[in-house]
Design a protein around this ligand. Sequence first.
Ligand code: ZN
Length: 301
Amino acid sequence: MIPEAVSIREVGPRDGLQIEDPVPLDAKIRLLDALAATGVPRIEATSFVSPRAVPALADAADLAAELYRWPNIEFSALVAGVGGTRRALEAGIRTVEYVVSAADGHSQANTKSSTSEAVARIEEIVGLVHDAGGKVEVIIATAWDCPFDGPTDQERPLWIAEHAVKCGADQISLADTIGTATPGRVARLVDSVHSRLGEVNLGAHFHNTRGVGLACALTAVEHGVRYLDASVGGLGGCPFAPGASGNIATEELAFMLADLGVDTGVDVAEAIRAAGVAEDVVGHAVPSNLLRAGLPRPAAE
Ligand code: ZN
């Protein structure tokens, strides 16, 4: 079941940069320019969370003020509560990702509230964003495993997804926050979401911590996921999830899907170039294998 198209969201500027030493705004703009040149349709620009907790993204409002430069890209920002939602809307963001951790341990570490408390805020956040003419995606973090609580009872992400849909969320995403998901578990949870909720705009977010990130992404696509997060060069990690490492790399995801005839809109050569810019911006090597090895040589004429 390979679809004609999959929509990739580039999360490097948020998930990628949040664990790095703060990068100056002009370097972020240089990275966004390189990302825009790849043709990726959606970019997670930043997050509106506590600047003390995530100093690398303390410039969220300043960055949001620069996003007019790339009018063809749908920019989003991550929030963890009502206050962040208001700040994102004030800054002009109209696609808001509200993250709810399915596991209480990660939820407390990330937002100082339980999963139930976070779920209870979905309705108000959807209302605020819709009143502003925007869209809300509910991201279900630790959908498979929690760094503190261990395996997540698979009823919990289903319960959050069901509640989010009831509240009018425009999209749901399953996030493998610590990179422990494996293709079989991905297939089971994605199938469960579909059998519980029917047609729903379902996305997925994988980290390559244990080397099977792309396998999880492909499995998700085969089971009906049409929205995937990926990070330039494979940058990334969660500051509140010990042991987390990079997201799946955007250029590698686009390279894999192109072979299957799946349209992502991403130019793989440009995406590799952007990974080089990302390396320059963060000042160290990024995990991407494709950046190291380069594209295979084309067939001889
Ligand atoms: Zn992540």
